[in-house]
Structures are given as structure tokens and as C-alpha cells.
Write a protein that binds this ligand. Structure first.
Ligand code: ACO
Ligand code: KIV
Ligand code: MG
Length: 516
């Protein structure tokens, strides 16, 4: 029998506790609507007593989202429960999440309460909340470092007071899988009225074990799992819900449990959360990282081309990624190389492939990732039987000041290997650069599109410029990457010109689009 595990998403509450993350009202609403589409059962929209902004966001989300239950967090403080009620009462099935810490460290040093005072406080707040809310969740903060018999005592009392979900968080990401299984089993076996409540797990990732611990708690009877999208959250973050949902799906044979997630909404949700929070997803992140479906080494690529299940336990489509990706580099093999050449529109013979493959390996030794442009250049050389001739940027100098006319001075080599230097002005630095390049090339170049983005985060991020040009009765796109935006702009322009020249030499059947 497959058990349904309720998913409690706290991206908008614990996730927003990520240092540096601050979502505004519209952003929170946008994420909540996507979480509903993903199939989250309960959305923790915020902490209504924390600020007027959070109160309004929780209220609007409760008014708007009808497909998921909406909740808000509150300390065991009556006026915070009142604030939560004011924000959540507009929802279809108002739900509150009240918490208090139960570990000796927290009770003694933070709350400065005795265990009996904590029990009294917890019971009072749950009773007070149940008089208003039809659904009350109670959390024992730092449960996984709490005394088990104390936990059993307090849980029995808060269930009697009206709590229907009991959450046992690993607040500081300290527990191991065996230990969390023991805690959940112990509570299930020793709390007399436990059948009146659902047990929930809420793990943090301080030791990188949040997903594993959440799954272990599910094995030991948790009926609800809490976490965030992309695993964002306080310190090292929370359990990543996408990982848990996909693990339950892929290892259904083992867990015999599933979530209600529409799994192919995962990628979209992850991208939205990443974009709005500014928390970049690492390439190697499980399930949603850019490399999760990328294959770089020859043996793997060959296997995947023959039968995807050789190296893919999750299909990209399952989580909403359109296809897997072959990354060509020095570890790639002939099969993947041939596949790429064909996908670029070449009808190459085996001999041509073999010859160019050698060149490709030579290039790959010098360059980390071989792009479509590189393959195109190699194939052009092969087909033309000669070295590709192109323009190359040698030096770039730009003079800019708020009261000066921007001027660019550029040195470039032309396809005949001659070095040329020119200078020109423009209304801005980029225009000055483009006017100078046009002067060197000696033909009109029409800029049809210009886009810029940073490829990584931080102040030292690389700039990536994309341009679309019309040149010599042809059109091409170009891309340039550099630490400096002006250099990236120059490189993109020159790249586009070279692509026009290459196209003329060796027209491709399918000129691939450069995606930005
Ligand atoms: C594990 C977690 O993620 S818990 C959630 C954490 N999230 C947040 O803290 C974000 C929102 N927080 C806030 O906006 C503020 O901290 C507020 C509004 C909740 C409280 O602000 P303040 O009144 O200024 O208190 P402050 O945050 O400095 O200190 C917390 C106080 O709450 C007490 N406290 C902590 N948890 C609880 C609880 N569950 N129930 C009752 N009291 C609690 C602390 O002991 C401390 O009490 P003290 O002032 O008597 O020493
Ligand atoms: C408020 C509780 C549930 C929490 O976030 C934690 O203990 O980590
Ligand atoms: Mg937490």
C-alpha cells in the first residue's frame, strides 16, 4: 500500500530566513501560486506577527490560493496567534503553526523556562489557537535534541489541547538517520493519543543530511514532510522538497510512499524561487541543477546514447526539464561527438568525423567546455580544407567620462592576419566600440539585438553579451563573455561577424540558435 505524504512547504517562511533573502509582497504571491500548481498540500506563507509586510503577504496568499492550505507561524504568544488569525481567517481551511522549543539547551538558555513552564505555555497556546483555527499544527523546536520522555509528555498534552499535526524538527541539522527513525518510532509507540495526530518531519541541512533524515523519518511513520524549494533556509538551509518528492517517486519500491506533487512542475518552481530569491542553484544540485541531466565523459555519453537508463535514474522530463545534455569536453568520446556534429546539421563521413575528432580532442585539452561554435569552426576547417580565417580582438581601450564623448580604440587582426587599429566615438561606450569595429571591417554592420546578463553571482561575475547583427546581406548572432561588460560587448560583435563569414564558407543546414 502506497502512503500519501503531505508536503508542507516553508519556502516563504523558513526559506525567507535565508541570510540575504527578502521577498516582497508580489514575489511571495507569485511563488505561492506556483507552489499551488506544484501540488504542495500546505504553504507556510510567513510569520504574520513579524512585520506588517509579512502580515499582508500571508493574508493575500490565504485569500488567493485555494488549492493548497495556507498557514502562518506564531510563537506561543496569544497576540501572535491573534495576528495569525487576522491574516488567515479569510482562507478556506484556516491553519496555524505554533511552536515552542523543547530541548534542554533552548529551554534553559533561550526561553529561560522550566520544562513544566514550557508544557503550560504550549498547552495554553494550542488551546487558544484551537478556539479559533479549525487546524492547529504544533512544533517542538529542537525536538531532535530533546529528552524523549519529555517529548512524549508534552506531545500527549498538546494533542489533548487540539493539535492535529505534531512536528518534530531537527532545527540545527544535527541528527542522523538512525536516530531520527528512533525518535519517530519512540513517539509513535509511547504517546497514548498519537493516533489523533499526524507526525511531521522538518530537517535542516547543517551536516548535509536533511533529505536523508526526512526520508528516514518517513520510513519511521512521518505522514508530513516539511522543507523548501531548492533547500533554501536558515544557515545551510532546509530539506529540499524536490529531492524528497523525486526520491519517493524513483524509490517507491523502497519507501512505499508518495507526495501529491505534479513532478514536471519542479524545474519551473525551482527556477522561479531561484530567480526571485537570488539564490543561485549550484550546477551539481540533485534533481534541478544544470548538470543533473548532463553527461560529460565518453563512456557515459556512449551509454546514454544507446540506452538512457544506463546512467539516468531520473528522466529529465519527469521534473520538467526538456532533455538531457551532452557536454563536450576532453573526456568525451566519438559517439557523443558524432551526435553533436549531426545535430548541428552536418552530414559528415566517418573519415571526416575521425579527423575532426582528433582536432576536437586537441582543443578540448586547452578548453574546459567545447561549444557549438567550436564544433562549427572545426567542421568548417575540415570542410574548407583550410584554417578558418576570422577577425580577432587584440586590444580594446575605451575613454568614458560624464562630460566627454565616449571614444574607443581597438586593435584587431583581419582574416589575412594583418593588424589594424582604428578609433571612433559614439553616444555611449558600446556604440563607440561598435563604430570602431565597423570602421576596421569596412562594411556596414546593423545591430538588431543586444542583450547582457551576468553568468554568475557576485560583484566579480562574468558578463555575457548576446548580439544579433545584419552584415554582408546575412544575419548572425554572436556571444561574448568577459569580466568586463565592454570587452564582452566587443567580443560578441566580432563573434557575430565571424559567424557570418563562416556561414558563407560553409552554410549549415540547421543554424543553431544561441540561447541566452
Ligand atoms: C527555528 C525557527 O526558525 S523559529 C522562527 C524564526 N523566525 C523568526 O524569528 C522571524 C520573525 N521574528 C521576529 O520578527 C521577531 O523575532 C519576533 C517578532 C518574533 C519577536 O521579536 P522580539 O519581541 O523583538 O524578540 P526577539 O526576537 O529579540 O527575542 C525572542 C524572544 O522570544 C522568545 N521566544 C522564542 N521562541 C518562543 C516561542 N516559541 N514562544 C514564546 N516565546 C519565544 C525568546 O525567548 C525571546 O524572549 P525574551 O525577549 O523574553 O528574551
Ligand atoms: C519553527 C520550527 C518549525 C522551525 O523552523 C525549526 O525548528 O527549524
Ligand atoms: Mg526550520
Amino acid at each position: 500500500m502506497v502512503r500519501k505524504i503531505n508536503v508542507f512547504d516553508t519556502t516563504l517562511r523558513d526559506g525567507e530566513q535565508t541570510p540575504g533573502v527578502n521577498l516582497n509582497f508580489e514575489e511571495k504571491l507569485q511563488i505561492a501560486v506556483q507552489l499551488e500548481r506544484l501540488g504542495v498540500d500546505i504553504i507556510e506563507a510567513g510569520f504574520p506577527a513579524a512585520s506588517e509586510g509579512d502580515f499582508q503577504a500571508v493574508k493575500t496568499i490565504a485569500e488567493t490560493v485555494k488549492g493548497s492550505s495556507v498557514t502562518g507561524l506564531s510563537r506561543s504568544v496569544r497576540k501572535e496567534i491573534d495576528a495569525a488569525w487576522d491574516a488567515l481567517k479569510v482562507g478556506t481551511e484556516p491553519r496555524i503553526h505554533v511552536f515552542i522549543a523543547t530541548s534542554p539547551i533552548h529551554m534553559e538558555h533561550k526561553l529561560r523556562m522550566t520544562p513544566d513552564q514550557v508544557i503550560e505555555n504550549a498547552v495554553d497556546s494550542v488551546k487558544y489557537a484551537s478556539e479559533r483555527f479549525p487546524h492547529v499544527q504544533w512544533s517542538a523546536e529542537d525536538a531532535c535534541r530533546s529528552d524523549l520522555d519529555f517529548l512524549v509528555r508534552i506531545i500527549e498534552k498538546v494533542i489533548d489541547a487540539g493539535a492535529e499535526v505534531i512536528n518534530l524538527p531537527d532545527t540545527v541539522g544535527y541528527i542522523t538517520q538512525e536516530e531520527i527513525r528512533h525518535i519517530f518510532t519512540y513517539v509513535r509507540e509511547n504517546v497514548p493519543n498519537i493516533d489523533k495526530a499526524i507526525l511531521s518531519t522538518h530537517c535542516h541541512d547543517d551536516l548535509g543530511m536533511a533529505t536523508a533524515n526526512s526520508l528516514a523519518a518517513i520510513e519511521a511513520g512521518a505522514g508530513q514532510v516539511e522543507g523548501t524549494i531548492n533547500g533554501i533556509g536558515e544557515r545551510a538551509g532546509n530539506a529540499a522538497l524536490e529531492e524528497i518528492a523525486v526520491a519517493l517517486k524513483i524509490r517507491n519500491d523502497h519507501y512505499q510512499a508518495e507526495t501529491g506533487f505534479t513532478l514536471n512542475e519542479i524545474k519551473r518552481t525551482s527556477s522561479l524561487v531561484s530567480k526571485l530569491t537570488g539564490m543561485i542553484v549550484p550546477n551539481n544540485k540533485a534533481v534541478i541543477g544544470d548538470n543533473a541531466f548532463a553527461h560529460e565523459s565518453g563512456i557515459h555519453q556512449d551509454g546514454v546514447l544507446k540506452e538512457t537508463t544506463t546512467y539516468e535514474i531520473i528522466t529529465p522530463e519527469l521534473v520538467g526539464v526538456s532533455s538531457n545534455r551532452m557536454v563536450l569536453g576532453k573526456l568525451s568520446g566519438r559517439h557523443a561527438f558524432k551526435e553533436k556534429v549531426q545535430s548541428l546539421g552536418y552530414n559528415a563521413t566517418e573519415e571526416e568525423i575521425n579527423r575532426v575528432f582528433k582536432e576536437f580532442k586537441r582543443l578540448a585539452d586547452k578548453k574546459k567546455e567545447i561549444t557549438d561554435d567550436d564544433i562549427f569552426a572545426l567542421m568548417t576547417e575540415e570542410k574548407a580544407g583550410e584554417t578558418i580565417k576570422h577577425y580577432d580582438l587584440q586590444t580594446l581601450q575605451v575613454s568614458y567620462g560624464t562630460t566627454n564623448i565616449p571614444t574607443a580604440t581597438i586593435t584587431m587582426t583581419n582574416p589575412d592576419g594583418e593588424t589594424l587599429q582604428e578609433a571612433a566615438t559614439g553616444s555611449g561606450s558600446v556604440e563607440a566600440i561598435y563604430n570602431t569595429i565597423e570602421r576596421i571591417i569596412g562594411k556596414e554592420i546593423v545591430l538588431k539585438d543586444y542583450r547582457i546578463q551576468s553568468t554568475t553571482g557576485g560583484r566579480d561575475a562574468l558578463a555575457e553579451v548576446y548580439v544579433q547583427i545584419e552584415f554582408d546581406n546575412d544575419e548572425a548572432s554572436g556571444r561574448g563573455t568577459a569580466n568586463d561588460v565592454l570587452e564582452a560587448s566587443a567580443r560578441a560583435y566580432i563573434n557575430a561577424v565571424n559567424r557570418v563569414l563562416n556561414q558563407k564558407k560553409w552554410p549549415r543546414k540547421n543554424i543553431e540558435k544561441i540561447h541566452v
